[in-house]
Ligand binder design. Sequence first.
Ligand SMILES: NC(=O)c1ccc[n+]([C@@H]2O[C@H](COP(=O)([O-])OP(=O)(O)OC[C@H]3O[C@@H](n4cnc5c(N)ncnc54)[C@H](OP(=O)(O)O)[C@@H]3O)[C@@H](O)[C@H]2O)c1
Length: 217
Amino acid sequence: MPTAIVAGATGLIGRRLVSLLLESGDYDRVHVLVRRPTGVRDARMVEHTVDFNELSSARGDVGPVDHAFCALGTTIRSAGSREAFRRVDHDYVVAFAQLAKALGAKHFAVVSSLGADPGTRNFYLRVKGETERDLQSLDLPRLVILRPSLLTGERAEFRPGERISQLLLGMTSPLLVGKLGRIRPVSDQQVAAAMLRSVQGDGPAMQVIQSEDIRSV
Ligand SMILES: NC(=O)c1ccc[n+]([C@@H]2O[C@H](COP(=O)([O-])OP(=O)(O)OC[C@H]3O[C@@H](n4cnc5c(N)ncnc54)[C@H](OP(=O)(O)O)[C@@H]3O)[C@@H](O)[C@H]2O)c1
């Protein structure tokens, strides 16, 4: 049975993903790298409380892994500054991919964002694009990048901007067809399920799953 490793396991998508990994019965070990407990009790799960600035030092504690999943991320507001946001959404993600590669992961799936582009003037999307670019340069055995539109799901933290966008896009969702289908919100469950499905079977060394395709992967 394969072994999985997850970063971002306490987040909206990460929590869903860990549930799906455990429910699938396909993994005999699920390692999660966290800075606070997940609250999940399962004999197959191993929680590692780590310093994300020193991720490489987790190598000895984890051991070999097959599939790696990254749902790390923050907001500029939560992080406190653009620099702190970039540290999480770029530096920690790339460091986690390096760790996963060193641990032997054959598959790395990561949540990015609709519109990620290293050349854009939008700071958030530029960081996401730079992260994608730098992940590609790591020469991972297989890299799957998911680019969801706005996420829906039960979040403990109140994010006013996200809530307003959810209401607006939720009301207009039936009208979002054709090319507009790409901005239709996707749920945490749909993204997590797509991450899990992406490891099944063979695929190209690099694959980008756009938001409108997340439901059908
Ligand atoms: N929100 C949206 O509508 C949307 C749309 C498209 C793409 N995305 C992207 O999707 C990804 C997942 O989103 P999400 O909503 O599931 O994220 P989330 O709920 O905010 O969870 C983020 C995860 O990252 C961890 N994290 C944040 N800051 C950290 C830090 N300084 N050190 C260590 N860990 C840290 C969190 O740990 P703690 O629990 O310890 O904080 C949590 O496990 C993100 O990359 C996000 O940018 C989001």
